[in-house]
Design a protein around this ligand. Structure first.
Ligand code: FAD
Length: 382
């Protein structure tokens, strides 16, 4: 007999954990399915902004102190630098420090909270397909589960999304960035990295990063695939300019990053998409951790309300997304094209002038204290 749950959450990472914990704490039966066994490695810079640190506390009771205790928090810095290959365009401090984390440890810890809240978590279970109308979820090994609702939190390659006929996958792919990242011992990097550093001007519609991560440094690039860019070659040049031994290329990994591909209507029948599955990543800096947690929480809230009242969760989920998330993504998208064009017209220095002009508000915008929409004070409502 097929087992039935109030909700099946496909994907047990950030968006999935946020959705599952929200539902389980309201006493709903939740099944979380993830193809990986945790802790598993996840390609990510692990940088948390102010709004993310707040939301982790609200949702999971995790604070910088508890995250440090559990080996999640690897570095904290209120400084930043934006550079080209030849000069520093801007550097300074921001009103709240950036928190650099280990994603494998963070995701594992959140799943621990999901279990404690009472959800059923099954690791190593790959979803092969689903039917948003009947709520049936079919696993690769042939097992079938049924949920009154399905939440697709299964990342950029979402299998749940494939069952949404109205999603234009070609359009989504157009605004999905390629990324490459390596993690190397801090001692192997030619300088002491004591702040997140962004490198601009060498990749069209994208950038590079060097992030401190405790005794390691994360080096990565991302960019939209426009023209005939050869990303692996570009990454080799990047390492060369940074003075990093090319031997580290053997550990380079890539993963798609939604980069302006966010959906306006991530609902089909009884299924909702959250996190990378819905393209919810801020399209200037590629911040996805907060948006995965927040959309997961919203999807969970909308489904919990629907289960309570016997209504449809779609309108409530869309209302929450359109009220807080989509204005940010639209604002950030406009700003990125403005900055990329300004750099083309006036040179790389344009971004430095922009950041220096409004250093305080710019930092507050990145952290989420101000909105990407005209730098208005932002109230996230959580
Ligand atoms: C190189 C890189 C660097 C980044 N750096 C940052 C950063 O510094 N700060 C920031 O805020 N964001 C960053 N991001 C973005 C951030 O990592 C993502 O936006 C975030 O992980 C999205 O979370 P998610 O829960 O939606 O999806 P994911 O974290 O991708 O999780 C999806 C989960 O679904 C599971 N899954 C997938 N398919 C199936 C299936 N068929 N069946 C069952 N389970 C499945 C996977 O195993 C996985 O656990 C970065 C991204 C990349 C690629």
């Amino acid at each position: 007999m097929t087992k039935t749950f109030d909700t099946i959450v496909c994907g047990g990472s950030l968006a999935g954990s946020a959705a599952a914990v929200t539902l389980a704490r309201q006493g709903r039966s939740v099944l979380v399915l993830d193809k990986a066994e945790f802790p598993r490695s996840k390609l990510c810079g692990g940088l948390l902004t102010w709004k993310t640190v707040r939301l982790l506390d609200v949702l999971f009771g995790e604070t910088p102190e508890t995250m440090r205790e559990h080996g999640i928090l690897r570095y904290v810095s209120d400084r930043y630098a934006i550079r080209t290959f030849t000069s520093t365009l801007a550097e300074g401090t921001v009103s709240y420090p950036f928190h650099l984390t280990d994603r494998a440890e963070l995701d594992n810890r959140l799943l621990y909270h999901v279990r404690r809240a009472g959800a059923h978590v099954r690791e190593g279970e790959e979803v092969a397909g689903c039917d948003p109308k009947s709520g049936e979820v079919i696993l690769k090994d042939g097992q079938v589960f049924r949920g009154k609702y399905i939440i697709g939190a299964d990342g950029a390659h979402s299998t749940v999304r494939a069952a949404f006929p109205e999603v234009n996958l070609r359009a989504m792919r157009r605004f999905t960035a390629a990324t490459i990242e390596v993690r190397i011992p801090a001692n192997d990097f030619p300088e002491t990295v004591d702040r997140p550093i962004l490198y601009v001007g060498f990749v069209d519609a994208g950038y590079g990063w060097v992030f401190p991560n405790g005794d390691h440094v994360l080096i990565g690039i991302c960019g939209l695939r426009r023209g005939d860019i050869h990303f692996a070659k570009l990454f080799r040049t990047y390492l060369d300019v940074l003075g990093v031994d090319p031997a580290v290329l053997c550990c380079q990994r890539g993963h798609p990053l939604p980069y302006g591909s966010y959906l306006h209507d991530p609902v089909h029948a009884n299924a909702l998409l959250a996190g990378d599955a819905g393209g919810y990543v801020e399209p200037l800096f590629g911040e996805g951790i907060f948006y995965a947690l927040c959309t997961g929480m919203y999807a969970g809230r909308a489904v919990a309300e629907a289960l309570e009242t016997g209504t449809d969760p779609g309108p409530e989920y869309l209302r929450l997304l359109h009220r807080t998330i989509l204005p940010e993504l639209r604002g950030s998208n406009s700003l990125r094209w403005f900055l990329f064009r300004a750099m083309k017209l006036f040179g790389d220095g344009a971004i430095g002038r922009f950041v220096r002009l409004g250093a305080g508000p710019f930092g507050d915008m990145v952290h989420g204290k101000r909105s990407y929409h005209w730098l208005k004070k932002k109230d996230w409502g959580f």
